[in-house]
Design a protein. Sequence first.
Lengths: 120, 162
Amino acid sequence: MVVCERDGPPAIPAIDLVLRALADPTRRDIVKVVLHSEQSVSALARRYPMSFAAVQKHVAILATATVITKHRHGREQLVRANIDALRRANQVFDDLEEIWRGRVARMAEILTSPELGVLT
Amino acid sequence: MTVMTIEKDIGTHTMTITAEFDADIDRTWQLWADPRQLERWWGPPFYPATFVDHDLSVGSIVTYYMTGPEGDQPHGWWRITAVDPPNSLEIEDGFADEHGVANPDMPVTHMNVALTRRDGGGTRVAIRSTFASQEAMQQLIAMGMEEGLREAMGQMDAIVAQ
């Protein structure tokens, strides 16, 4: 199997974790919020109609996937987005896009090729 | 002139490609309906596809294989789930073993193709791919990466030659 060499061998499991983490709408929303500004876990917990523990779990999944980073500030746990990990997730789609760009370019070539055009 | 847009949604694991061609809808439909034309675009030039069974009717299984530069021949299959020539086609696309038997451990992609007539002539083709899961998408990219890498290498060659 051919794997993405661009980011070195560990990139594939990392992307898998990132995509899994982003498959949940609450977690996607958390990422959106902390992309704009750093937030404490308790401030995040107030945003969602679920328990503090549930939000904490979502934050932990995002942290494991390295989509966000957590650090202590006094008594608060602050969360911020990790832009590099998000870029890697996007890379997955970019690779698929490249495959389809090739296909569409070949379709266009066939449609303008006179020798095949007369077949129809 | 081909205009193309690509929309990607990580959350719902779908990717929609829209391309506009000058050819009319019947001509454009032949890209799918004629296996010899399909072979010319499905795989990249260094990984050409050969379609073995090709019948675009509902329930039919289309089989194909690709031939790599090392002589490797990965097999694939389509199951036709809906068809309305020359307007639309819905298929499931999966992997098969060397005898063309579907491999249940490999991801299946749902593909929805819609052709529409453009005002003033030409055809718009929208291809929506829905991946079974994030993991499936990941696996597919790992298998299809070859093309991206080759293209990147070709571009590098061109730059070096300048």
